[in-house]
Design a protein around this ligand. Structure first.
Ligand SMILES: [Zn+2]
Length: 467
């Protein structure tokens, strides 16, 4: 789940008075009770890397779907090493077009019970929160998508198109299950688009009031490159005119001086339009000006000057590590620098390598390391944006819904790269001060979980219903 800069800016713009969280216990509806029961069961599986528990949890989920009447042929448990994916097809009547994928991941980041105040593998409700590893990243999503399927099945809802749950098994580590799906199970993923629970989401003021809702529509590509200079070397008492370290230093100065061209997409302009309304002073003005005309040089210059903004309008590359030489009294035979790049959606990884090569010249070797994957921004489809807005407004009427480009990577990256437009539309609203994903004492507001059930129920019925 990502927090957006927009929410941070609005937080600055609005002075939030303190209010004690209410903690009223209410009677649960049967759907809420079932959702909670599934959530609690999922938290109890230690699905962090190396425990082999993802397939066990997936098998338990598969049984719930079978019991609800989904035929075995539409339930696919796909092992990859010690983990697995689970794909479950809820058949529609086919009148509404291609299927919609509904994504989340079943694995969690490791949690050592010794470090936690409460047992991380028991769902504990306390003071208006659900505590436990995976409560926010992202077993809330697995529980919500699963229990919504079960509820719709019970109500004998027949969608106009197939709704397909795709739960991956190692999003937090290798993403091997994700790659296995897009490479080896294309038939299961044939879809109009994907909705990812593990992206987007809402933010709450410290008072508990909803602030904004973000739909994640794009992710920048993470890529590392190495600059390498080789040299015959020799004795340091006989310095030669060429020297691997000096050549590498010259090359690095060229990388430092180079600025990638300004770029934007529909998400960039929509984000700046929304943030420009609340961001203070000249930064807010630059956002508004850029949103109106991305070729406005003064606006570009102002945004580029701000380290928190520069990456939003271009590819960035920066030197992060160095190694070179082999002895204090020898001329270096090689020198290597790592260049870390965050590539704007739509730009090829190889094109960035070529640009770096052009900048540093032929004496320096530029190579791509670690097999990065690039993905395009997904189009801001009105049908998706409008349906998400309608469903969000059912739980938080009138809240502003804004597209968002993330700088990190999720499973959505591989789906976009495989040509499936992917929208991060998680249903949880949370305060910035309650965001403990990956950390200790991970938690979500109890109300956020139950609201999320209503939101996904509304969203699936809307997108899978007749229009
Ligand atoms: Zn996640």
């Amino acid at each position: 789940m990502s927090r957006t800069l927009l929410s941070a800016l609005i937080a600055l713009a609005i002075a939030a008075p303190c209010a004690a969280a209410t903690n009223a216990k209410t009677t649960l509806t049967p759907e809420q009770a079932r959702g909670r029961e599934i959530y609690s069961k999922l938290i109890s599986y230690k699905t962090s890397e190396g425990n082999g528990q993802v397939p066990v949890m997936a098998a338990w989920l598969a049984q719930q779907f079978r019991d609800a009447g989904i035929p075995d042929a539409d339930i696919h448990l796909l092992p990859v090493g010690e983990t697995a994916s689970l794909v479950v097809r809820y058949r529609g009547d086919g009148t509404g077009g291609k299927p919609i994928l509904l994504m989340a991941h079943m694995d969690v980041v490791a949690a050592d019970p010794k470090d936690w105040t409460r047992d991380p593998f028991t769902l504990i409700e306390e003071n208006g929160y659900f505590f436990g590893r995976g409560t926010s990243d992202v077993k809330d999503g697995v529980a919500t998508l699963s229990s919504t399927f079960l509820r719709l099945k019970k109500e004998k809802f027949v969608p106009t198109r197939d709704l397909v749950i795709v739960f991956t098994g190692d999003e937090e580590t290798q993403m091997a299950t994700t790659q296995d799906l897009v490479n080896n199970h294309k038939d299961l993923l044939d879809a109009d688009y994907a909705l990812n629970y593990d992206g987007g989401g809402g933010t709450l003021e410290e008072t508990g009031q909803p602030r904004t809702y973000s739909i994640q529509t794009a992710e920048k590509t993470y890529a590392d490159y190495e600059l390498t200079v080789h040299n015959p070397g020799g004795h340091s008492s006989w310095p030669r005119p060429d020297n691997a370290i000096y050549q590498l230093a010259d090359a690095l100065k060229k990388v430092q001086a180079y600025k990638f061209p300004t770029m934007w997409n529909d998400t960039t302009l929509a984000e700046f339009t929304a943030e420009g309304k609340v961001a203070p002073g000249e930064l807010g003005a630059a956002m508004r000006d850029f949103a109106k005309n991305p070729r406005d040089e003064a606006a570009v210059e102002r945004l580029t000057r701000d380290t928190s903004q520069i990456g939003r309008t271009r590819t960035t590359c920066v030197a992060t590590m160095l190694r070179g030489g082999h002895a204090k009294n020898a001329l270096p035979q090689s020198a290597v620098a790592n260049i870390n790049c965050r590539i704007f959606p739509g730009v090829a990884i190889e094109d960035v390598r070529k640009t770096l090569q052009e900048q540093v010249g032929p004496g320096v070797e530029v190579t791509t390391t670690d097999h990065p994957t690039a993905s395009d921004a997904s189009p801001l489809r009105p049908d998706v944006m409008e349906a998400v807005t309608r469903a969000i407004h059912k739980i938080h009427p009138g809240v502003q819904v804004v597209p968002n480009q993330a700088s990190g990577a999720s499973d959505g990256l591989y789906f976009r790269a495989a040509g499936i437009p992917t929208y991060g539309v998680g249903g949880m609203f949370i305060k910035d001060s309650d965001s403990f994903a990956h950390g200790l004492n991970e938690r979500v507001p109890v109300k956020g979980f139950y609201d999320g059930l209503d939101y996904w129920y509304a969203l699936m019925k809307d997108l899978g219903g007749k229009h």
